[in-house]
Design a protein around this ligand. Structure first.
Ligand code: PEP
Ligand code: MG
Length: 604
């Protein structure tokens, strides 16, 4: 996601900020990446660059053009440098975000327009460039297509780079930081995030963004505590304010008093010690004291997360979100490209299982190449399996790549957002066609690869017995199941208080899913965020869930829950929880029991 401009402050931050009393206050946002960060605020500037207008004699125009071409070349070099850095540190997929920037630098229409105006107006190139740039940004921001609208920020981002190179002005860069800071920004662009150094950026907070924004995803993979969706943070926080970022709860304390500081310093130390201690059990099995073995797996978006999966002791991958392969690029990934990536994942994890999910495009994740019309309710719209069945050309390419990669490890495959039987049958039919095609071509695949369905739509949960005949397993996607069951948009921070995983309706649905799956001799896992919450995992254990999948950093905590609580105890907790009437009651009860059973997990 590209950076948008910070709105002006109510008062100037220079001078007034220094004189003002540093008041203590709290902000609440959307938890994006767990952990505690304590440090000084570093506000990313709004980057207003002032451009003077100067007349240029006709004879000097070629010189202006040369300056322009040089600034373009310099910008290209900078972007390629960032790209190669990200590619090395985070992988090719992240680096491809910058292809759009590079394409803009080569846009001859744009370049010719600048040169044309330059010759006509005979003024300095900075001025002409910034005028043409504004026109383009405005045009992009008015386009209906959401992806194209987002390109306005890309154009603005790259345009600013060119302007800085033209004017020789340097921007405060995250790469130049020498002290550990907490970054405060309206939003963060990929270049901002990419230049973050974990040693210096100890945490970050942004005014906008949801839990599934690119910024949040990056924060988790970098393991930097972060809170997003903190409306007005950049307006209320001043440079050098002291900040406490509690990435697990979404709380940010500005200029904390001595007590808060002491509390969070203690908590930070405890969390660090706990993380170290928890890692000691990383190679032990996920088995309860009374001998019930469950599977503890991790979720990934990019193959580069595999070292973290292994380091945290997961026994495989329970959800590989392959749609990230399709985002931030202007073309569709080929079969070969996907095959290479999937093969790498299969091999790197072997002999552990990898549950690869077929693309879940749509909702909040779309690529412009697909020219999808804007929808009123994208989460209820043309998404996931619905999209794949409507675009078998795209679906088939992915299925072939998955099948071919399946011989290099232990792959299982699942479809997202199944809402009815026909969808599942139709998807399986296409899969069989692809197997037949590969057989004809003499290409290898694992004929035993198990196929499952994600249960994330209430209608699927209620017809599980009918779906059961067509799959080998189920995986509960609570991120969506909760939003669809409780009618709460999962990325809308205004109604986040209604998003309750412990709501009695959700617990009843989950209990029913597990029961019916088991009656049909199928195993059932969960790959929604709920599985990575210790107090809720206690309930899931008591309900008989077979497999838990979560972001890698949560794995040790959940292993601790499993290894500490005998199943009969977890069942007792479930029994009591089902007597309660609200999500809040259930959550606080489960938490209290967790704290009683495993006090060391209850420090925050
Ligand atoms: C879910 O919905 O719980 C899930 C795991 O899928 P995603 O978060 O990718 O929608
Ligand atoms: Mg989902």
């Amino acid at each position: 996601m590209a950076r948008r401009r910070t709105p002006p402050r109510p008062e100037s931050s220079s001078g007034a900020g220094a004189a003002r009393e540093r008041k203590s206050f709290e902000l609440r946002g959307v938890p994006a990446s767990p952990g505690v960060a304590i440090g000084r605020a570093f506000l990313l500037d709004s980057e207003e660059i002032s451009i003077p207008k100067q007349a240029v004699p006709a004879a000097a125009i070629p010189q202006e053009i040369a300056r322009f071409e040089e600034a373009l070349a310099q910008t290209r070099k900078e972007i390629e440098g960032i790209q190669s850095k990200i590619s090395k540190e985070l992988g090719l997929e992240h680096a491809e975000i910058f292809n759009a920037h590079l394409m803009f630098l080569e846009d001859r229409v744009f370049i010719e327009e600048v040169i044309g105006h330059l010759k006509e107006q005979q003024v300095n190139v900075e001025h002409v460039f910034s005028e043409v740039l504004s026109k383009y940004v405005l045009a992009f921001s008015k386009v209906e297509d959401e992806y194209m609208r987002d390109r306005a920020s890309d154009v603005e981002d790259v345009g600013r780079r060119i302007l800085r190179n033209l004017t020789g002005l340097k921007r405060r860069s995250l790469a130049d930081l020498s002290q550990p800071v907490v970054v405060v920004a309206y939003d963060l662009s990929p270049s901002d995030t990419a230049t973050m150094h974990r040693q210096h950026v100890i945490g970050f907070i942004t005014d906008i963004g949801g839990r599934t924004s690119h910024t949040a995803i990056m924060a988790k993979s970098l393991e930097i505590p972060a809170v997003v969706g903190l409306e007005g943070a950049t307006q209320r926080i001043y440079p050098d304010d002291q900040l406490i970022v509690d990435g697990a709860s979404g709380k940010v304390i500005v200029n904390p008093d001595a007590d808060a500081l002491k509390h969070y310093e203690g908590l930070k130390r405890k969390l660090e010690t706990l993380d170290r201690e928890l890692l000691q059990v990383k190679d032990l099995p996920a088995e309860t004291p009374d001998g019930v073995r469950v599977h503890l797996l991790a979720n990934i978006e990019f193959p580069e997360e595999i070292p973290s999966v292994i380091a945290h002791g997961a026994e495989g991958i329970g959800l590989y979100r392959t749609e990230f392969f399709y985002l931030n690029r202007s073309d569709l990934p080929t079969e070969e490209e996907q095959f290479e990536a999937y093969r790498h994942v299969a091999k790197a994890m072997a002999p552990h299982p990898v549950i690869i999910r077929t693309i879940d495009l749509g909702g909040d994740k779309f690529m412009s190449e697909l020219k999808v019309p804007r929808e009123m309710n994208p989460f209820l719209g043309w998404r996931a399996i619905r999209f794949c069945l409507a675009r078998p050309d795209i679906f088939k390419v992915q299925l072939r790549a998955i099948l071919r990669a399946s011989v290099f490890g232990k792959f299982r495959m699942m479809y997202p957002m199944i809402s009815g039987l026909e969808e599942l049958v139709a998807a399986n039919k296409i899969l069989e066609e692809m197997k037949e095609e590969l057989r004809r071509e003499g290409k290898q695949f694992d004929p035993e690869m198990e196929v499952g369905a994600m249960i994330e739509v209430p209608s699927a949960a209620l017809i599980l017995d009918l779906l059961a005949k067509h799959v080998k397993f189920f995986s509960i996607g609570t991120n969506d199941l909760i939003q669809y069951s409780l009618a709460v948009d999962r990325v809308n921070e205004k109604i986040a208080y209604l998003y309750e995983p412990a709501h009695p309706a959700i617990l009843r649905l989950i209990r029913q899913i597990i029961q019916v799956a088991h009656e049909n001799n199928l195993w059932v896992g969960m790959c929604g965020e709920m599985a990575g919450e210790p107090a809720l995992a206690l309930l899931l254990l008591g309900m008989g869930l077979d497999s838990f999948s979560m972001s890698p950093a949560n794995v040790p905590k959940i292993k601790q829950v499993i290894r500490s609580v005998p199943t009969f105890k977890a069942k007792e907790v479930v029994k009591e929880a089902f007597r309660l009437s609200t999500g809040r009651e259930v959550e606080s009860y489960a938490r209290a029991r967790l704290c009683e059973l495993i006090p060391e997990l209850c420090e925050s």
